[in-house]
Design a protein. Structure first.
Length: 94
């Protein structure tokens, strides 16, 4: 788990340092397709896992609940963050 967070953090630092480089702008245009490819490969991995497919009824409901709660939390955090940013913008305009 820490390896994933470390790689993410290094990516954030790398993106911040090189944010004005032209090639980094190309990455922004291709990230949507990269995520789609990752989801496709993840689907292949899930589809080839026999034990997971046998327990899909049990795991499926847990996954739906976790996904819905995660989406609610993400939307809530995004909403609060947006309100915070807009509040700062309105204060700066005054």
């Amino acid at each position: 788990m820490f390896r994933i967070l470390i790689v993410l953090f290094i990516g954030v630092v790398f993106g911040y340092v090189f944010r004005n480089v032209r090639h980094i702008k190309v990455v922004e245009k291709t990230e949507h397709y990269t995520v789609l490819v990752l989801l496709f490969v993840f689907g292949i991995s899930i589809g080839s896992n026999h034990s997971l497919l046998r327990g899909i009824g049990y795991f499926g409901w847990q996954a739906v609940i976790i996904a819905v709660l995660g989406m609610i939390g993400s939307f809530g955090a995004g909403y609060l963050f947006n309100r915070f940013i807009n509040k700062k913008d309105r204060e700066n305009e005054k």
